[in-house]
Design a protein around this ligand. Structure first.
Ligand SMILES: Cc1cc2nc3c(=O)[nH]c(=O)nc-3n(C[C@H](O)[C@H](O)[C@H](O)COP(=O)(O)O)c2cc1C
Length: 389
C-alpha cells in the first residue's frame, strides 16, 4: 500500500470516529480560551483607553504568531512597546527583520484602535536609538495618547475582527480584477513601495518560486524544527499556549492527531506520511495563488521594517474589505545560507537587484492572494499577559 493510500485509510477511519460523534468530540474541539481575546477586544471592561486600544493591537498579524510584543504602561497617557526577546525566530529570521515587521503591524493597529476611540497617538520609533544587527531591550516605540476627540476613525478599522492570514487553497476559477489590486495598493503609505501581479506567466513563476522556498525551509533541519517546535496540535495544546503554529482545533485535524498521523514527530521526519501529506497540502496552497503582492523599501533600516509592517497590516485589512484572502509567504525573503539562491532570484525577478546590500532595495513582504473560505481567527494571549507597569 502506498504511503498516501495508507494515510487516506487512517484519515478514513478518523472520519468514521468523527461521524460517530464519540463523546460529542466533534462539537467540543474549538479552542475557545485561545480565541477569547477576539471577543474581548474593545470591551467596556477595559476602562483605560490604552488597554482598550491594546486589546485590538494584540490581534495583529505577526510571524509564526509569536506575539513578541510587551508593553509598559507605567507612565500616564503613554505606552512603551518593547520586544519580548524570548519570542524570536533565530533560524528563519536571523536579524529579527520579520519580528520587527510584526511589531510595525502592532503599532498601526494600535493607532487605528485609538483613533476609533477618538484619540490620536504620537508614535516615536526607537526613542533610545535603533538597534543594529539584533534587537535588544531598548524600546521599539514610545506611544503618547492624545485627548478624546483628537483623531477621526480609519475606515479600515471596520475589518479588524475579520482580518486573517488566509492559509487555505484559493478558488482557481476566480481571477482577481486589476481594480482590486489597485484599491489594495492605494492604502499603502508613501514610505513603502507596493507591486502586484495577477498576470499568468508571473503568477506561475511566483507559484513555483514560493513552493521551492517552502521546500528549502522544511528540508533544512534547523529551520523546519523552528516551526515544528512551535506547533500546537489540537485543542488542549492551543489553549495552553495560544501562539505559534496552531494545527487542529477542528474535529477533523484533532482526530488525525489522535490517530497519530498529525504529530510533531511525523512533521519533523521528512520520510514520514504526515510530512509528505504536509508537502502535498502546501503544494496545493502555493499553486492556488491567483496573484501576488510584494512590499519593498529603498533600504533595509529598522525604520523601513516597521513601516513595512504598518503597510502590510493595511494591505491585509483592505484585501479583507474586498473579500480577498491574502497569505504571507516569507520563505524566499529569509536571510540564511540555504535560502540564498532563491533570495537572490526573487529580488532579481521582482526588483532587478540582488537584495544583498542593506542600503539597496529590499522586498519586505510577499504574499499570495485569491478568493478563499472563511476561517476562524488565530489564537492570542490575553492582552493582560502582555502588559507590565
Ligand atoms: C512578517 C510576517 C511574516 C509572515 N510570514 C508568514 C509565512 O511565511 N507563512 C505563513 O503561513 N504565514 C506568515 N505570516 C502570517 C502569520 O503566521 C500570522 O499573522 C499569524 O499566524 C497570526 O494569524 P492571523 O494573521 O490570521 O491573525 C507572516 C506574518 C508576518 C507579519
Amino acid at each position: 500500500m502506498t504511503s498516501r493510500r495508507r494515510f487516506l485509510k487512517i484519515v478514513g477511519s478518523s472520519a468514521l470516529i468523527i461521524a460517530g460523534g464519540v463523546g460529542g468530540f466533534a462539537l467540543t474541539r474549538t479552542p475557545t480560551d485561545a480565541l477569547a481575546p477576539w471577543a474581548r477586544a474593545g470591551s467596556a471592561d477595559y476602562t483605560d483607553p490604552r488597554v482598550r486600544a491594546l486589546s485590538y493591537a494584540i490581534l495583529s498579524p505577526n510571524p509564526h504568531n509569536r506575539q513578541p510584543w510587551q508593553v509598559d504602561l507605567g507612565e500616564a497617557d503613554t505606552a512603551i512597546l518593547s520586544c519580548d526577546l524570548d519570542r524570536l525566530l533565530p533560524h528563519t529570521d536571523p536579524f529579527e527583520r520579520q519580528i520587527l515587521i510584526g511589531l510595525g503591524c502592532f503599532l498601526d493597529m494600535l493607532r487605528m484602535a485609538a483613533a476609533q476611540d477618538g484619540r490620536s497617538v504620537e508614535i516615536a520609533p526607537f526613542p533610545d536609538g535603533a538597534p543594529d544587527h539584533h534587537l535588544d531591550t531598548r524600546a521599539i516605540a514610545r506611544i503618547r495618547f492624545g485627548a478624546p476627540g483628537s483623531a477621526t476613525a480609519d475606515p479600515l478599522f471596520a475589518q479588524v475582527l475579520k482580518r486573517r492570514s488566509l492559509k487555505e487553497p484559493y478558488d482557481t476559477s476566480r481571477p482577481i480584477p486589476v481594480s482590486a489590486f489597485e484599491q489594495i495598493a492605494s492604502v499603502v503609505p508613501a514610505n513603502v513601495a507596493v507591486d502586484f501581479s495577477g498576470e499568468p506567466a508571473k503568477r506561475d513563476m511566483l507559484r513555483d518560486l514560493t513552493w521551492q522556498a517552502h521546500l528549502v525551509e522544511v528540508t533544512t533541519h534547523r529551520t523546519n524544527m523552528e516551526s515544528v517546535d512551535l506547533m500546537r496540535i489540537g485543542k488542549a495544546e492551543i489553549n495552553a499556549n495560544p501562539d505559534g503554529i496552531d494545527i487542529g482545533g477542528t474535529a477533523f485535524l484533532d482526530a488525525l492527531a489522535l490517530a497519530g498521523v498529525l504529530t510533531r514527530e511525523q512533521l519533523a521526519d521528512p520520510n514520514s506520511v504526515g510530512f509528505k501529506q504536509g508537502l502535498d497540502m502546501y503544494h496545493a496552497l502555493m499553486h492556488s495563488a491567483m496573484g501576488h503582492l510584494w512590499l519593498h523599501t529603498k533600504g533595509n533600516s529598522r525604520f523601513d521594517q516597521l513601516n513595512a509592517g504598518a503597510a502590510w497590516l493595511r494591505v491585509n485589512m483592505k484585501a479583507t474589505e474586498l473579500g480577498l484572502g491574502i497569505h504571507p509567504l516569507s520563505q524566499s525573503l529569509q536571510e540564511y545560507e540555504e535560502m540564498k539562491p532563491l533570495y537572490q532570484e526573487v529580488h532579481e525577478k521582482l526588483l532587478g537587484t540582488s537584495g544583498e546590500d542593506n542600503s539597496g532595495a529590499r522586498i519586505q513582504m510577499l504574499g499570495r492572494l485569491g478568493y478563499g473560505p472563511t476561517i476562524r481567527p488565530g489564537p492570542r494571549w490575553p492582552v493582560e499577559t502582555r502588559i507590565h507597569s
